[in-house]
Design a protein around this ligand. Structure first.
Ligand code: DLZ
Length: 185
């Protein structure tokens, strides 16, 4: 009986409790609908790339340059810094970001589990270091680091355009620099 009362009591209250006025909030669109509208013109980019697994990393660099060229980055707007391995990327990326000379830093490396006994340490240090450097400097740092089980897997992620982590990271760089200039500058 008591339960029935509570149930019906709540039902009775329900319409009043849910009677709220829903107003349309002004929503500012932060992105153009078509990502192809985004341009790299007027922005400066650093690419920090490791020499370890150079044959594959070179294809990531090519992919990143292809993306920035497609997005019409200005001539001389892209600087490439090479470091020995993925472990050295965070500090170099942080220095590039802190220099004030770049709107984004694209980090590229290949870490292969089979060839790297301390794979986890290098991969985790690179990921955490790159993320921390971005948060410390306020400059977007893009993670174009392949962590693969073997060379074949790494090669598959360094293919043409959309199958290339360097291309992907550079496109993400173009997206975020536009977002930050449009919304936070
Ligand atoms: C030492 C090492 C190994 C074993 N494997 C890789 C790798 O797969 N990818 C990579 O980018 N770097 C590797 N390195 C090098 C380290 O990142 C670092 O350059 C050295 O330990 C010197 O600090």
């Amino acid at each position: 009986m008591a339960l029935a009362f509570v149930f019906s009591h709540r039902r009775w209250l329900a319409p009043a409790a849910t009677c709220v006025t829903i107003r349309r909030l002004p929503i500012q669109k932060s992105q153009p609908k078509d990502q192809n509208d985004l341009s790299a013109k007027g922005f400066r980019f650093a690419i920090v790339a490791s020499r370890w697994n150079d044959a594959i990393v070179s294809r990531l660099i090519d992919g990143a340059l292809a993306a920035l060229t497609q997005r019409e980055a200005n001539e001389g707007a892209v600087h490439i810094f090479r470091v020995p391995g993925a472990f050295e990327i965070p500090l170099c990326a942080q220095k590039a970001a802190a220099s004030g000379k770049f709107d984004a830093v694209i980090c590229l490396a290949v870490i292969i589990r089979g060839d790297t006994p301390h794979f986890e340490y290098i991969a985790a240090t690179a990921a955490r270091g790159i993320s921390d450097a971005g948060l410390r400097t306020g400059v977007p740092l893009l993670f174009g680091v392949i962590t693969a089980d073997n060379i074949q897997q790494a090669n598959e992620r360094a293919g043409d355009d959309k199958n290339n982590k360097g291309y992907e990271a550079a496109m993400a760089a173009v997206e975020v620099v536009n977002l930050y200039r449009e919304r936070f500058a």
